[in-house]
Design a protein around this ligand. Structure first.
Ligand SMILES: [Zn+2]
Ligand SMILES: [Zn+2]
Length: 352
């Protein structure tokens, strides 16, 4: 769980550097394990608090994010949990500063695994493509795993050897002087990125990073029936980083409107204008669906706004298809010839 470092040092939140230092000195000397009043756990807490609040940059980070982590405990962030702390050794103390602050980065999982950035792109689809699905190929320039060395950073056919810089530990210890004496921090070795091994001979393509910036063809398989605004996630297709996990790629879909066809779930609907006489007497019309033209029978006496169903020409789903609905609109003639008028007047006399 997150800790309140100000509370641990017994000072007000936002106390200044001098106050922090003074409080630390007092607490540290009180709890130092060599003293009668010593308390190893408390001493560790106090030094941990000072490691953060006594450092301008880290204090600023803590002031900004630290308290909100309390509220978000149990969420994606690892918070200020000190599980990464190394054993107390009586002489000084050491812990892995990276263990605390790596949690501020992305990844969110609170794990140590480094993760490349996510990549977001937008694609436009025609209405038909959204209904039936489509395969899109895009050329995207980003950091990719080096193809020459398969991301390993070693020249092909060479082995890896123990890292000279960290002696194969993957971590580098740094001594710093503090009020309480030597203070050791441990950080990841830059030379081997924490692996403890380096290639005997570096891959010339990526200078041993295992990552190159290159243009890559990304094949996006857009599934049938995708809706406007939906996002396709391609795991691991974001930016690669040396010795870490690549980010993800997010593809946001924009679907163009169709001139005559609208979608509602798995149903497609199109308008069809018919003549007044066909509405009265019935007839056959040719309807443009996304599968091509289909003949449809208009029953005699159809009303304006009525819907006719063409089965199985709608949106694909679960190995099936929705329906295609035809919405009838009856064209009422604006002008009538003398003859037509006479006939219709006769119809009126018939009570129609
Ligand atoms: Zn390479
Ligand atoms: Zn190393």
């Amino acid at each position: 769980m997150s800790k309140d470092y100000y509370q641990i040092l017994g000072i007000e939140k936002g106390a200044n550097k001098d106050e922090v230092k003074k409080a630390f000195r007092k607490m540290a000397s009180k709890y130092h394990p060599d003293k009668a009043t010593g308390d190893e756990e408390k001493y560790k807490e106090v030094t941990e608090a000072y490691a953060v609040l006594g450092d301008d940059k880290k204090k600023a980070e803590y002031d900004t994010y630290g308290q909100s982590f309390n509220g978000a405990a149990g969420g994606g962030f690892g918070g200020f949990d000190f599980n990464g702390a190394q054993g107390f050794n009586g002489q000084g103390f050491e812990f892995d500063i990276n263990d605390i602050f790596s949690n501020f980065g992305f990844g969110g999982g609170g794990q140590q695994t480094k993760r490349g950035r996510d990549v977001s792109i937008d694609i436009n689809l025609s209405f038909e493509e959204s209904i039936f699905g489509v395969e899109r190929k895009l050329l995207i320039t980003k950091n990719n795993s080096c193809k020459t060395c398969d991301g390993k950073g070693a020249k092909l056919g060479t082995n890896t050897k123990s890292c000279d810089v960290c002696g194969g530990q993957g971590k580098v210890r740094e001594q710093r002087q503090s009020i309480m004496g030597a203070f050791t921090t441990v950080r990841e070795c830059d030379a081997c990125h924490g692996l403890g091994t380096v290639p005997e001979e570096k891959c010339s393509e990526c200078s041993g990073n295992g990552v190159t910036r290159s243009e890559e063809e990304v094949v996006i398989k857009v599934p049938a029936g995708i809706q406007n605004g939906e996002v396709i996630r391609m795991t691991g297709r974001g930016e690669a980083i040396p010795h870490g996990q690549p980010g993800d790629m997010y593809i946001k879909v924009h679907v163009e409107h169709h001139a005559n066809i609208k979608r509602d779930g798995t149903t497609l609907t199109a308008n069809l204008s018919i003549k007044l006489t066909d509405a009265l007497l019935g007839g056959t019309y040719n309807v443009e669906t996304l599968d091509g033209k289909v003949d449809i029978k208009i029953p005699a006496g159809i009303a304006h706004g009525e819907l006719l169903r063409i089965k199985g020409k709608g949106v694909p789903y679960n190995n099936s298809r929705g329906d295609f609905m035809v919405k009838i609109s009856i064209e009422t003639p604006k002008k009538l010839s003398r003859k037509a008028k006479k006939i219709i007047e006769e119809l009126r006399d018939e009570g129609i």
